[in-house]
Design a protein around this ligand. Structure first.
Ligand SMILES: Cc1cc2nc3c(=O)[nH]c(=O)nc-3n(C[C@H](O)[C@H](O)[C@H](O)COP(=O)(O)OP(=O)(O)OC[C@H]3O[C@@H](n4cnc5c(N)ncnc54)[C@H](O)[C@@H]3O)c2cc1C
Ligand SMILES: Cc1cc2nc3c(=O)[nH]c(=O)nc-3n(C[C@H](O)[C@H](O)[C@H](O)COP(=O)(O)O)c2cc1C
Ligand code: SF4
Length: 644
């Protein structure tokens, strides 16, 4: 089997074996209706070449969207909008599938909570067990939703039965503690899912493609096992399912469902292999497979179709680039979960996007159009902000020169790939290193830009994207020879061979540096002023949780609620009154001390403005303009480059 061989889902032919998996976006209207933004987001993925585009979970119930602005499939009035969506996908040459489902315990609008069983370990007080009558009522809603899916022009309906949604609650022994016919053994736990399938088959006939998305394993003690996955697949096959889509994990309890960079790629493949050996219907599986891994897995017969989630958020053209032998040009997903899952979770943002594909979810408002006037643009700094500025400016037709002091691109983000389990983060720099020269950006490495040099280039526009410098606090002892910064350690400019080491600052940088140092076998303590480590990291998306768990396992101490007030040879002195001063002093032994504190903007802009005599437009972007993270830097750079 090969990626670009046609495949069949029952009577439906797909042009290749690439399936975009369901991913919620928050792009629908407030009442679940289809929007232009949603259509254009999916159209871009269809145009990228995937054979089947699965639209995110659409709620079968009007009052229970799993996130605000979730898509809905609970009424006939929603069908015309969805028809516009399927038309766009078909016009782009792909087939369309809609995932339908329901979340009960994780909904957001204050509706009374229902669950498979109220005594499940993480059920909140007031949660009530669904009665058999209510279960049958929900079965009816699934069938009506499936019928609407077909009327909306979808070629396939997918039933969501994993990741903690209501069906997975019934399937999982972790959540299902029922004593009636919908609980207990496999037959009981599987009953609801099978009844829905049978009812859909009765209403829609034998041929309409119905996929079940299940967990191959929940990877959790007391949860749904690999054996459960095989048994459920066999039962679904008997019930007339067209294909099985194998995911994994236990929803919000662990993070295999949307694995961050610390989860091995391809972790689901053995599960797919087990299911495929047991059933005859096609099996879909993915989980951030690289093109090479996907080819190999298909070749081995692990599955029939390759699921692609975040790789298509990061680069909708993944399929086309692979087909044309241009895999090196792929903007690979680095599994940071910041823009996609983070965007979904953080209601202050406009929904899903990607750390370094700012057009994801902004297909309309961030379209790149050629500039009417072609300008000579000089970008100083090859970090995320500078690289993105150069890319977009060049795409708009400008002549672009990028100057970088170091020997490679990526800026400080390169350091983000140095701590354990963050190797994926190096892919951002790899992408720009291929993409910028390909587009015709002139990249000058190992070159320190000075105001005089910039003046001599006589550019129309100069963009300072020079980043930031580590903060070194003004406390006694901060200049002692055994004191250094996280940046120097991670960049390999300073080697620490013996501990104990005290890291001052327990935000992301401090904790990741502690992770890096403890991996070298060093005894590490982190001092943090706040009440917990990693407060600047978004929780609930797997990254912070995994880091804190790893540090605990490696016995890294995080001393919270303390502020370092002095450094002495062999010790750090901290106070337990972090804000007001005074307080009880604690002395921690420290052979080496590392500052893992915030950053401050690099001052290039001021120097440029004062000294370069440049007559063109001067702007700054990224951390040197407003300290943030790589996502902020790249997105701001994109928007700024649209105005050059
Ligand atoms: C350890 C660590 C982990 C991080 N982890 C994450 C993370 O997980 N997620 C996230 O979103 N962010 C993370 N960040 C933050 C992120 O790296 C920065 O916010 C981001 O790199 C800022 O991009 P930038 O382009 O503005 O600046 P920088 O990345 O700092 O790039 C500035 C570039 O300008 C160059 N430069 C400066 N002056 C000159 C000059 N005069 N001439 C030529 N070149 C010059 C520098 O060499 C550098 O390459 C992390 C940072 C660190 C240090
Ligand atoms: C933002 C986001 C939303 C998701 N929403 C859904 C969903 O609605 N239904 C679903 O079955 N899976 C959902 N997933 C899981 C993905 O379909 C996919 O299984 C997961 O991201 C792992 O695959 P990948 O590594 O290829 O991204 C979501 C993932 C992300 C990142
Ligand atoms: S935000 Fe990060 S995890 Fe999400 S698609 Fe982009 S690179 Fe991948």
């Amino acid at each position: 089997m090969e990626l670009f061989e046609p495949a069949w889902l029952g009577p439906l032919e797909l042009k290749n074996r690439l399936v975009m998996t369901a991913m919620s976006t928050r792009f629908a209207g407030s009442r679940g209706e289809t929007t232009e933004r949603l259509i254009e987001y999916y159209a871009a993925r269809a145009e990228g070449g995937a054979g089947l585009i699965t639209i995110e979970e659409a709620s079968i119930h009007p009052q229970l969207p799993h996130v605000p602005n979730a898509l809905g499939i609970f009424g006939n009035h929603l069908v015309p909008g969805l028809q516009n969506l399927t038309r766009r996908i078909h016009d782009a040459g792909a087939r369309a599938s809609l995932q339908i489902g329901l979340y009960f315990r994780q909904h957001v609008n204050g509706f009374p909570r229902f669950a498979a069983s109220a005594d499940a370990p993480d059920c909140s007080p007031g949660c009530r067990e669904l009665t058999p009558d209510e279960i049958r009522y929900l079965t009816g809603l699934f069938v009506e939703a499936a019928e609407r899916t077909r009327s909306a022009g979808f070629d396939v309906v997918e039933i969501h039965a994993c990741h903690g949604c209501i069906l997975s609650e019934f399937l999982s022994p972790y959540w299902n503690r029922r004593k009636d016919e919908y609980g207990g053994d496999q037959a009981g736990r599987f009953r609801f899912a099978i009844e829905i399938l049978e009812a859909i088959r009765q209403r829609l006939g034998r041929d309409y493609p119905v996929i079940y998305r299940i967990s191959g394993s929940e990877f959790y003690p007391g949860g749904f096992t690999e054996e459960d996955g095989i048994a459920l697949s066999l039962a679904l096959e008997k019930g007339g399912v067209t294909a099985i889509n194998v995911s994994g994990g236990l929803g919000h309890i662990n993070h295999v469902s949307i694995p961050p960079s610390d989860v091995p790629r391809g972790i689901l493949l053995p599960l797919a292999r087990g299911i495929k050996a047991a059933v005859k219907v096609p099996v879909i599986c993915g989980n951030s497979l690289t093109p090479e891994m996907a080819e190999e897995a298909l070749g081995r017969g692990d599955m029939d179709l390759v699921g692609l989630g975040r790789p298509l958020i990061a680069d909708p053209e993944w399929p086309r680039k692979v087909r044309e032998g241009r895999s090196r040009e792929i903007r690979a997903c680095i599994r940071c979960n910041q823009g996609c899952f983070g965007g979904l979770r953080d209601l202050r943002t406009p929904g899903l996007t990607c750390l370094y594909n700012p057009a994801a979810g902004h297909e309309i408002d961030r379209a790149i159009r050629p500039s009417e006037v072609k300008r000579r643009v000089v970008v100083i700094g090859g970090g995320p902000a500078g690289c993105e500025t150069a890319r977009v400016a060049r795409l708009r037709g400008h002549e672009v020169l990028l100057i970088e002091r170091e020997g490679g691109l990526g800026g400080q983000f390169t350091l983000a790939s140095k701590p354990p389990k963050k190797e994926d983060f190096a892919k951002l720099a790899e992408f720009y290193a291929v993409e910028l020269p390909r587009l015709g950006v002139k990249v000058r490495l190992n070159t320190e830009a000075t105001p005089e040099m910039i003046a001599s280039l006589a550019a129309d526009v100069v963009v300072a994207a020079t980043g930031s410098l580590p903060v070194v606090p003004n406390i006694p002892g901060s200049a002692l020879p055994h004191v250094t910064t996280a940046q120097d350690v991670l960049a390999g400019r300073v080697t620490i061979a013996e501990g104990p080491v005290v890291v001052i600052g327990g935000g992301a940088t401090g904790l990741e540096t502690a992770d890096y140092l403890s991996e070298l076998g060093l005894d590490v303590t982190v001092i943090e002023m706040l009440d917990a480590g990693g407060r600047d990291m978004m929780s609930g998306i797997g990254v912070r949780e995994a880091l804190l768990a790893r540090l605990k396992e490696k016995r890294v101490r995080i001393v919270t609620g303390h502020r370092a007030i002095a450094i002495e040879p062999g010790a750090v002195v901290a106070s337990d009154r972090p804000l007001k001063g005074g307080g009880k002093e604690v002395r921690m032994s420290a052979c080496r001390v590392v500052f893992g504190l915030g950053n401050r903007a690099e001052g290039m802009m001021d120097r440029l403005g004062a000294a370069c005599g440049c007559t063109g437009q001067l702007c700054s972007i990224g951390d040197c303009r407003s300290l943030g993270n790589a996502l902020n830097a790249v997105h701001a750079a994109f928007e700024m480059a649209l105005t050059i």
